[in-house]
Design a protein around this ligand. Structure first.
Ligand code: ADP
Ligand code: MG
Length: 360
């Protein structure tokens, strides 16, 4: 009962709303500050500790979050020129993600909210990726904050592609999102990362494949595409066929990967992009939606961006592509999602615990 009265009092304050957001769902510790819907700062510390393992090690991720969270939050507040006592609320990523990592951000957010006697706002990480399209950065000639080129109007379809998710989401409003299709096994980012690992490229492999693909021939090799009904995706078969293809060719030529790396990357990237675009195109046609957006770490891929713009040109659909800084995990998108929730007066109890898996 006391909690309700506490939250209701704060919900009345609708001007000079300053929210600090914390993102810690995987291997990026990030904090951002927003004032009245304008992003003032966005600071991210990525964790290099996982590189030698070729993937994120959950226990190491939680420890790195513990080390990074204080300096990252401090830097976000300083860059924004805001003191903790001026904050109206703390937003945090509650899930989905790695539980240990989420626990660090959740506990820190609770501590900060309690210490400053302000409410907590929980944010769904996947919704935050999509709402990154609504980030409005503070305008300053030397601002390091990237500005969003265009804002989608509702309803739009969002291709959400990251290390852990591949979904087509029908976004009807800030709050109302419906998953139209999703991967039944691996995510697109996982396919990039695992295939990169097979080729001996560093983690995360997506950006490496993207870079090497620019010098290769995308028609050099053919890989099987899945035949999945509806708007769902599958990437595990592609990963396996890529592995077997390399294994067979390495039998005849032990330098096969080195000699064909750019062509392999270009062909693999084209296959992943074709799979993603075909389902998205089908969904947009069937649902008669003419605005398309892309979000998540894989949306940084230059081939995917080009393919989406091309799709838009051919069908006269509006295509929205986020600035690079809001594609991989960042707190700016959590701030934006938290700000919308704050305006709706939707706060979170202090005993909220993180969740590893969820729907949108
Ligand atoms: P998650 O939230 O699931 O941890 P992110 O949204 O942080 O994932 O995205 C990370 C994923 O994005 C990784 O799989 C990485 O390889 C992929 N990625 C990042 N940049 C690129 C790129 N340029 N091309 C392809 N994949 C990329
Ligand atoms: Mg993410």
């Amino acid at each position: 009962m006391r909690i309700c009265i506490f939250f209701r009092t704060f919900a009345l304050e609708m001007e000079n709303i300053i929210i600090l957001a914390i993102e810690s769902s995987c291997d990026d510790t990030s904090a951002a500050v927003i004032r009245d819907g304008v992003l003032l700062s966005n600071v991210t510390a990525s964790q290099s500790v996982h590189e030698e393992f070729g993937g994120v090690v959950p226990e190491l991720a939680s420890r790195a979050h513990q080390l990074n969270i204080v300096p990252v939050v401090d830097a976000a507040l300083k860059r924004a020129g805001i003191q903790a006592k001026e904050l109206s609320a703390i937003a945090f990523t509650r899930g989905p993600g790695l539980l240990g990592s989420l626990l660090v951000g959740t506990s820190f957010a609770k501590g900060l909210a309690l210490a400053n006697n302000i409410p907590l706002v929980e944010v769904n990480h996947l919704q935050a990726h999509i709402l990154a399209h609504f980030i409005t950065p503070a305008q300053s000639p030397d601002s390091p904050i990237a500005s969003s080129p265009s804002t989608p109007s509702f309803p739009f379809l969002c291709l959400l592609v990251s290390g852990g998710n591949s979904q087509i989401v029908l976004v009807k409003s800030y709050r109302d999102m419906e998953i139209i299709g999703q991967t039944i096994d691996d995510a697109a980012g996982e396919a990039f990362d695992k295939c990169a690992k097979i080729m001996g490229l560093p983690y995360p492999g997506g950006p490496w494949i993207d870079r090497l693909a620019k010098e290769g021939n995308a028609e050099a090799f053919q890989f099987a595409k899945p035949n999945i009904p509806g708007y769902n995706y599958s990437f595990s078969g592609l990963k396996t066929s890529f592995l077997y293809f390399l294994r067979d060719n390495l039998k005849d030529n032990r330098n096969f990967i080195e000699e064909n790396k750019a062509d392999l990357c270009a062909s693999l990237q084209k296959t992943i992009i074709d799979i993603l675009i075909n389902k998205l195109k089908k969904a947009a046609k069937d649902l008669k939606v003419t605005e398309i957006a892309v979000a998540g770490g894989v949306s940084a891929n230059s081939g995917l961006r080009e393919a989406l713009l091309d799709l838009g040109r051919r069908h006269r659909w509006m295509v929205h592509i986020p600035p690079f800084s809001y594609t991989t995990d960042n707190a700016a998108m959590v701030c934006q999602a938290g700000y919308f929730k704050y305006l709706d007066g939707e706060f979170c109890p202090m005993d909220a615990t993180p969740y590893a898996k969820t729907k949108i």
